[in-house]
Design a protein around this ligand. Structure first.
Ligand SMILES: [Zn+2]
Length: 413
């Protein structure tokens, strides 16, 4: 018997809290998703646990069988993985922004006038120059990589502690922050010293870099500071293929989810025009996902804009985008469900009125040969609770899928 393939379609933040009884998903016309709900088994899901507001990162870890309480230690390590840094256990990782500071004196006396350095895009030369900083007197090494636009990631390696504070003030008009040790340990003190030394040296290098002189001449903001935030110590996880014996691919236009993919050892499939916003190439992404099932055991198709429109508080925009997703989801109806297990769900709710993630459970539909088809006939967070799955957690969903595809091991004799 051929091993069954698994396709996760995760529509980020698709579910909502009703406003006068209505939600964007429940109000949208979604004949294709409704059809899948009708031929599948349905339920609602707490991706982390009831009442816990999930991030997209922690919830995706849970959806792929990793307990976020065990393996998640902040955004830094995820962004660093996403930027292509090979992480080692015990590394201290931060997210980095190129920013602009003005004023006199040391970097910590200067004021942040832009946290994105005018949305600078070409940072290669600057990154290269900063790499020359030497932290060996602290017994610390570092790896610095750029991300998209003004973003990047840095990893400090050696006798480092994660008990140090960020240097990013997170608001314009404030001074750059000094990293402070957050406990009494020698490691925390030395790490904070090394980070502050790095901040100062990086500022000196960037301040006189020809690239910044050229930017200034062209009326652009200089990228003359690195702002560090989201620091966390890397906890290495067992790569997905070793842990579960399956080949995993992620299709996403979102840097954070790419980072999760790299963190757990997934292959990333790039789709042209997959932007992670509402202009994304949905058609291309759905086609790529179906095609990827030939080469992979398990594929994630992640769709982002529903979450963004929730953050924007845009009810109609969210509803319309859901309808676009539904049109492209037609391709899923043609899958052979005796060979493929399809899951349609979300990573969390992003309600219009809250404009942020909430713990309201998300709908989940599983379509596969042998599931106990229930009476649910549409894909909606308002009715899914009546389905045969009832209410499950994210980590349960992964176990259920392993069982349905005959990969689960017996517990006991
Ligand atoms: Zn979000």
């Amino acid at each position: 018997m051929d091993p069954k393939k698994i396709l996760f379609v995760v529509i980020d933040g698709v579910s909502d809290r009703p406003i006068e009884g209505k939600t964007p998903l429940d109000s949208a016309s979604t004949p294709n998703l409704d059809y899948l709900a009708k031929i599948g088994i349905n339920g609602i899901m707490d991706t982390i646990a009831p009442g816990i507001r999930p991030g997209s990162d922690t919830s995706h870890l849970a959806l792929f069988g990793y307990d976020p309480f065990e393996c998640y230690s902040g955004r830094g390590p995820i962004e660093a993985a996403g930027a292509g840094i090979k992480l080692e256990e015990g590394d201290l990782a931060f997210r980095v922004n190129f920013g602009t500071v003005e004023g006199e004196g040391s970097v910590f006396d200067k004021t942040v006038v832009d946290r994105r350095a005018g949305r600078i895009d070409d940072t290669d030369d600057l990154v290269e120059a900063v790499r020359n900083i030497d932290l060996s007197k602290f017994g610390i090494d570092f790896v610095f990589e750029r991300g998209s636009g003004h973003r990047g990631a840095i990893v400090f390696r050696g006798k480092v502690s994660d008990r140090v504070s960020d240097t990013d003030p997170k608001e314009m008009g404030l001074k750059v922050k000094r990293a402070k040790p957050l406990d009494e340990s020698e490691e925390a003190r030395i790490t904070a010293e090394a980070v502050n030394y790095f901040m100062e040296e990086a500022h000196k290098i960037l301040e006189k870099h020809p690239k910044n002189r050229e930017r200034e001449k062209n009326g652009l903001l200089r990228a003359n500071v690195l702002l560090l935030r989201g620091g966390g110590k890397v906890r290495k996880v067992e790569p997905f293929e070793e842990k579960f014996g399956m080949k995993l691919a992620f299709i996403t236009g979102t840097t954070l989810i790419k980072g999760i993919g790299k963190f757990i050892g997934a292959d990333l499939i790039e789709v042209e025009g997959a932007t992670g916003n509402k202009k994304t190439n949905l058609k291309g992404k759905f086609e790529a996902a179906v095609k990827a099932l030939n080469d992979y055991d398990i594929v994630l198709l992640h769709i982002k804009a529903t979450d963004e429109l929730g953050h924007d508080g845009d009810f109609d925009g969210k509803m319309e985008f859901i309808q676009k997703v539904d049109r492209e989801a037609e391709i899923l109806k043609g899958l052979d469900f005796s060979k493929i297990c399809l899951i349609v769900t979300a990573d969390h709710s992003t309600p219009i009125k809250v404009r942020d993630h909430t713990a309201d459970p998300v709908p989940v539909t599983i379509v596969h040969e042998g599931v106990r088809v229930d009476e649910i006939d549409r894909f909606s967070e308002l009715v899914a609770y009546k389905g045969g799955l009832c209410r499950i957690r994210g980590i349960d969903l992964f176990n259920i899928v392993l069982d349905l595809t005959n990969r689960a091991k017996k517990f006991g004799a």
